[in-house]
Ligand binder design. Structure first.
Ligand code: 13P
Length: 257
């Protein structure tokens, strides 16, 4: 059976109280679905991790951070370490999101250190990669993806690749309401799978490759149905429990086909 991960990236949304309510709605909705074959992951802001963990504690919903630093402790005011995420019950962390690359000037060098440190600490990393609109127009998409993958996974030991998930998130599709087309997504995901096959061999077949960028309940059927798409990293629609649950239901329907 195809692997499927439906992950909500709440970004800088929800207070702890709001996060609890949202997590509860998602949990109740999921319980009414019964046993699911897809994995569900919630990535609230750091300040809400504890509150959300309390809600999802005895469920199959997993918890993730939206970022973390590469050092495990020390004088790094304002930063969060992989160990802190682990102790709060996180099993995943998102690294290299385009909003962090753009607004917080995270370089591939920093992302590389973060990926390897988080994986060594025991987290599964969702590494985000993707091209800007200008890069796509200049036919640089695959050169950019290749550059990012080579740079961002440089320090990672081959044995640890099983703990890395790739999220293909074309920058121009994030938060715009315009997702990449089925053809564009299929082409990028095929390319990413092939990149890993060439570099790491057959383990590439087991890797989870997510799509992110204006994925919602109105376009998830055709996107999740693409061969090399193993789920989604969802921003806006993950804040709406009805839409998020509809996406999970669609994933379930596709898995049971
Ligand atoms: P949207 O789903 O809001 O486009 O955000 C996608 C994203 O950035 C997920 O990480």
């Amino acid at each position: 059976m195809k692997k499927m991960l439906i992950a909500g990236n709440w970004k800088m949304n929800t207070t702890p109280k709001e996060a609890k309510v949202l997590a509860q709605k998602i949990l109740y909705g999921l319980e009414s679905l019964g046993k699911t074959h897809s994995k569900v992951l919630l990535c609230p802001p750091y300040t809400n991790l504890f509150a959300v963990k309390e809600v999802i504690n005895n469920s199959e919903i997993e918890l993730g951070g939206q970022n973390c630093f590469y050092e495990l402790q020390g004088a790094y005011t304002g930063e969060i370490s992989p160990l802190m995420l682990l102790e709060l019950g996180c099993s995943y962390v998102i690294i290299g999101h385009s909003e962090r690359r753009t607004y917080f000037v995270e370089t591939d060098d920093v992302i590389n250190k973060k990926v390897s440190s988080a994986v060594v600490a025991g987290l599964k990393v969702i590494l985000c990669i993707g091209e800007t609109l200008e890069q796509r127009k200049n036919n640089d998409t695959f050169a950019i993806l290749e550059y990012q993958l080579n740079q961002d996974l440089h320090l990672l030991e081959i044995k640890d690749i099983k703990n890395v998930i790739i999220a293909y998130e074309p920058v121009w599709a994030i938060g715009t309401g315009i997702s990449a087309s089925v053809e564009q997504i299929a082409e990028a995901h095929d390319w990413i799978r092939e990149f890993f096959r060439n570099k790491y061999g057959e383990i590439a077949n087991e890797m989870i490759i997510l799509y992110g960028g204006s994925l919602s309940d109105n376009n998830c059927f055709e996107i999740l149905n693409i061969k090399n798409v193993n789920g989604g990293l969802i921003g806006g629609a993950s804040l709406d429990p009805t839409k998020f649950l509809n996406i999970i239901k669609t994933a379930e329907d596709l898995l049971s086909q």
